[in-house]
Design a binder for this molecule. Structure first.
Ligand code: SAM
Length: 317
């Protein structure tokens, strides 16, 4: 699809034809399976001040934590026992992170024969290469927005070119590369969402997360409105059409705004969902946007997500 076609599609009054097409492609390429991934948010230390994010360095209203190595590996092991086949390790961007220790953690988790996904921000080629050697299989780094002016205004500490360079290095090193962006950032246009989608294609992303922006009260964007769940689903459907083989995640943000929209996203091209398994003592402090969290029970929570997936007519894996 060309940019003008994507813009026209996203603006259509009746989008059902594109949802049907995306769902057919998803079925052809992925079958009825929905991958359920476990995510451990192992640290909320962050050196960046991204204007949308609740764990940005300027937010003094949260306690900063870093799980110990054994807390991380024990949590991962409990997830493996519950049936998860992928462990996602996510954190704020913290250049003081002990790389060797994280390397040992990855090696320990890999002994369980599961896939390990990292989502720890921008890294140098050498650091990415080191984590690849340690056994990490996948790397998530959303480009957030392809509108370079908007990107600059939201990221006082980063630049778009560096982020894209990092994504290209991720791909070059043989990781499964995960991109993505937020929908509904203040100032974002439909044209720039079309560019976001074309960028995912150009980068040949193996995975993508496309979800609504949710304002956090302790950030510079606290007064902004949330992104549209409908537009997020539309963007995801176009992503499925552009990248038929990609693994597309129903973002947690979509489910927080509306659980029904989360469930319907499985019929709009999505085939992946993530479940937070961060221990209770930490998860309130990993608040990238406001959300209510129930107590974690890794086995029970997994069964609950499986039930939801089955209810949507799909098969959990
Ligand atoms: N530090 C890593 C990075 O920069 O990729 C990973 C952690 S970061 C908190 C994970 C993702 O959270 C970001 O890529 C961003 O898309 C999402 N995020 C942060 N704040 C958000 C908000 N207010 N609404 C929706 N998504 C948000």
């Amino acid at each position: 699809m060309k940019k003008s076609e994507i813009v026209a599609a996203l603006n259509e009054k009746d989008f059902s034809h594109f949802y049907e097409k995306a769902d057919l492609i998803r079925y052809r390429e992925k079958g009825d399976y929905v991958f359920i991934r476990a995510i451990i948010e192992f640290s909320n230390y962050c050196s960046r001040r991204c204007a949308y994010c609740g764990i940005n360095a300027d937010n003094k209203n949260i306690s900063r934590y870093r799980m110990t190595a054994s807390e991380i590996t024990d949590t991962a092991e409990a997830a493996v026992k519950a049936g998860y086949k992928t462990i996602v390790l996510q954190s704020g961007e913290n250049h003081k992170e002990d790389k060797k220790e994280l390397g040992r953690i990855i090696r320990a988790i890999k002994k369980n024969q599961v896939a390990v996904t990292l989502s720890i921000g921008e890294l140098s080629y050498n650091d990415l290469s080191y984590f690849k050697e340690c056994g990490a299989d996948r790397y998530l780094l959303k480009h957030e927005t392809s509108d370079t002016d908007l990107y600059r205004s939201l990221h006082p500490d980063g630049n778009f070119e560096e982020r894209i360079k990092c994504l290209r290095n991720i791909k070059k090193l043989g990781f499964e590369a995960g991109g993505g962006f937020m929908v509904g950032l203040p100032g974002q246009t439909i044209e720039s969402i079309a560019d976001d989608l074309l960028l995912l294609k150009e980068l040949q992303c193996d995975m993508a997360g496309i979800g609504p922006f949710i304002p956090h009260p302790d950030t510079p964007l606290s007064e902004s409105g949330s992104g549209s769940t409908e537009l997020s689903k539309r963007a995801m459907a176009i992503a499925r059409i552009l990248l038929p083989k990609a693994n597309l995640t129903v973002t947690t943000a979509l489910g927080i705004l509306d659980p029904k929209e989360r469930d319907s996203a499985f019929h709009c091209g999505a085939n992946v969902i993530m479940k937070k398994i961060t221990p209770d003592e930490y998860k309130e402090d990993y608040c990238i946007y406001p959300a209510r969290f129930d107590r974690t029970d890794i086995i029970k929570d997994r069964r609950e997500i499986e039930r939801i997936v089955v209810q949507t007519g799909r098969r959990p894996i």
